[in-house]
Ligand binder design. Structure first.
Ligand SMILES: Cc1cc2nc3c(=O)[nH]c(=O)nc-3n(C[C@H](O)[C@H](O)[C@H](O)COP(=O)(O)O)c2cc1C
Length: 177
């Protein structure tokens, strides 16, 4: 079974970020989950939303070793779709029966795929992922960031894409070390 899965939160599935993760997913032959198609509501202190799509989605993601979090930079931060999803990780910290499930994240590695209209990835964006991974106990495997100021141009980022894919590609016998 493939060890990697991607989860995208963007306001358009086939936009810049969607095209980038599609290329990566094609190379890795992995599933991409679109948060926009899920019914995941914001964190609720009273957990009245515990029956929405968050828990089934997490049960699915926890079958994988590597989780790629895919988001454009919107206002120096992750997309609202991704933020709502990440906020719900708090269910694992605040619902007694889910605490053990949450601890399963400690054996996983998180990656970040992003686009914006800048060469540089904002600290406010990437830190919110890496600090969250840290808090939840996920390892951090790395990120790829693509400047889409003039649209998505994969040719300009070919080596970055290859290097990112290499981190996640299962090794076969006979591969150079
Ligand atoms: C609501 C919104 C906010 C944005 N904020 C930023 C930003 O803070 N910094 C940046 O470099 N680009 C920003 N952008 C540009 C997007 O990050 C960029 O166009 C990205 O590639 C869009 O990806 P998408 O097609 O998946 O939406 C913003 C775009 C939108 C729609």
């Amino acid at each position: 079974m493939n060890k990697t899965i991607a989860v995208i939160g963007s306001s358009r599935r086939n936009g810049n970020t969607g095209k980038l993760i599609d290329l990566i997913a094609e190379e890795l032959n992995i599933e991409i989950i679109d948060l926009s198609l899920k019914n995941i509501s914001p964190f609720d202190y009273e957990h009245k939303n515990v029956d929405d799509d968050f828990l089934p989605l997490m049960n699915h993601l926890l079958k994988y070793d590597n989780i790629i979090f895919v988001s454009p930079v919107y206002w120096f931060a992750m997309s609202a779709q991704m933020k709502v999803f990440i906020d719900r990780m708090s269910d694992f910290l605040s619902i007694e029966e889910l605490k053990n499930k949450g601890r399963e994240l400690r054996s996983k590695v998180g990656y970040v795929v992003s686009t914006s209209i800048s060469d540089n990835i904002d600290d406010s964006f990437i830190d919110s992922f890496t600090n969250t991974f840290d808090y939840l106990g996920l390892g951090y495997g790395g990120c790829i960031h693509v400047n889409c100021k003039n649209g998505f141009n994969p040719d300009a980022y070919q080596s970055d894409i290859i290097n990112f894919v290499k981190k996640l590609k299962p090794r076969s016998v006979g591969d150079a070390i």
